[in-house]
Design a protein around this ligand. Structure first.
Ligand code: MN
Length: 486
């Protein structure tokens, strides 16, 4: 079972009694937190020597079920004995700077109490070693039963789930990238080195062969699922059945090859009648990542953010900035795609519609899900290749109910207010080089993405309500120097 390890720092100067109490409390805390967190926190050891620490960290590195290590120093724990272990730690690390007791007990406090409850300075010694080693870590401070601390620990766990998923992610590319597009390109070897992704192509002809082998019974079964999930607003049943056939074939190929994300392009549909629309949308709803126009980076990121979200398949979707509403007092971005917007963002029950799609080589009108996106605070995320490094750009946004119905727009639509304002937000985004394709998420936070970038060794740029173009330009200049020196 996927889990997190709790390693508690101490030393052997305090005597049996104290160490016994530390171990009992660590066990109690791990058990209590496990009830509140999405994944169990398993108490491993009260560490008192370099050998013990190195041993538990080697085990953590080796154990596929261990997604991250949480450390805390109940007493003082001299950090030279942590050095060897921490230096070789390969799992994400959270330093939980907490304390067993909430209050300073006025009457009870004496030197015995002080010896036992030394986290305030034990955690500082521990923190120094993290800093000295330049080790990526998440520091969370506060009382362990406080809601905010639990929520941030839960977020750390979800980030670790995303990291574990990323390191095992395979992306299936049907065909190549759209011709001449720059931002969807990138160094796949570097992506595999940093993020773990295996990005490979499969011929569209192989997909067509797979589609031809799909049986009518399989198509019937998936169509039944579509009709249960979605309203049907088209008479063109053949188009829906064709999308089902595409979905089944893509899913079979991905599952057979262990892929959890895919990309395709309207420029390469050789032997196919329709660009997958409904097919890609329903695959995304099941947690598969997708990127249009061969955009494998956004496809992988979509799958990762979905995994990091609520219940391991959260409200995160492949998105594209389409057009702006530039009216004073009501400035919004309209996001959509030619077909493929994930229904995890839908405000209501999506409708299946068929419409002509002018772009690409569609012989027939593709079926797609049409809906309005829901409201809520969120982020848009873009991963770009800067040549020599990847830059992860995150912008805070606020999704709104689309302010008009746009009856002739035949695709799903999402509307949002970018931070700090539409104009400055766009200026910052363009200055940073953010793509037109993004992952839009309503449940992964910017803090989670910052931690993801930190553990994955990616440059991180965050556009917030306080961002200015001037400060961003300066930051990018400094970042550029730093990343060239590394
Ligand atoms: Mn696109």
């Amino acid at each position: 079972m996927k889990q997190f390890w709790f390693v508690v720092g101490s030393q052997d100067l305090y005597g049996e009694e104290v160490l016994k109490t530390v171990a009992e409390r660590a066990d109690e805390m791990a058990a209590w937190l496990s009830e509140k967190l999405p994944y169990p926190l398993v108490y491993k050891v009260t560490a008192m020597s370099s050998g013990q620490i190195t041993k538990v960290i080697k085990e953590a590195n080796y154990d596929d079920e261990c997604l991250g290590v949480v450390t805390w120093c109940h007493t003082f724990s001299p950090s030279k004995m942590w050095l060897t272990g921490l230096a070789m730690l390969q799992k994400p690390w959270c330093h939980l700077a907490t304390q067993y007791n909430k209050k300073i007990p006025n009457e009870e406090i004496d030197m015995d109490f002080m010896n036992l409850n030394q986290a305030a300075h034990g955690d500082r010694e521990h923190g120094f070693m993290g800093a000295r080693l330049r080790k990526a870590r998440k520091v969370i401070a506060g009382y362990w039963k406080e809601e905010n601390v639990i929520a941030r620990l839960a977020q750390f766990q979800k980030v670790c789930v995303g990291i574990d998923f990323s390191k095992n992610l395979k992306v299936m590319r049907f065909g190549d990238n759209m011709r001449d597009v720059a931002v969807t390109e990138g160094d796949k070897v570097e992506a595999q080195n940093k993020l773990g992704w295996e990005v490979n192509f499969w011929a569209v002809g192989d997909l067509v062969k797979e589609m031809n082998a799909v049986t009518e019974e399989e198509v019937d079964a998936l169509c039944k699922e579509y009709f249960d999930l979605y309203d049907v607003a088209t008479d063109n049943t053949e188009a829906i059945r064709y999308q089902a056939r595409e979905e089944i074939a893509m899913k079979k190929m991905m599952d057979r090859n262990g892929c959890k994300a895919f990309s395709n392009t309207f420029q390469d549909l050789y032997g196919m009648e329709q660009l997958p629309g409904l097919a890609s949308q329903h695959l995304m709803a099941q947690g598969y990542g997708y990127g249009g126009e061969g955009d494998w980076k956004v496809s992988a990121m979509t799958a990762i953010l979905k995994k990091m979200g609520e219940g391991e398949n959260g409200a995160s979707a492949f998105m594209e900035d389409y057009t702006y509403h530039l009216v004073e007092g009501a400035k919004y971005s309209l996001g959509a795609h030619m077909l493929e917007v994930c229904p995890s963002l839908a405000a209501g029950k999506p409708r299946i519609e068929t419409h002509h799609l002018g772009i690409g080589m569609n012989e027939k009108d593709p079926a797609r899900l049409v809906f309005d996106g829901r409201e809520g605070k969120g982020i848009v995320v873009s991963l770009i290749d800067m040549g020599g490094r990847m830059r992860l750009i995150v912008q805070d946004i606020e999704c709104v109910k689309p302010i008009m119905d746009m009856p002739n727009l035949p695709v799903a639509k999402v509307m949002w207010k970018a931070m700090p304002s539409l104009e400055t937000g766009v200026e910052c985004w363009i200055t940073a080089g953010g793509a037109h394709h993004t992952v839009l998420s309503l449940d992964v936070t910017a803090e989670m993405m910052r931690d993801f970038a930190k553990f994955m060794d990616l440059e991180f740029v965050h556009i917030t309500k306080d961002s200015t173009v001037e400060a961003l330009e300066d930051q990018l200049l400094v970042n550029d120097l730093i990343w060239k020196l590394r």
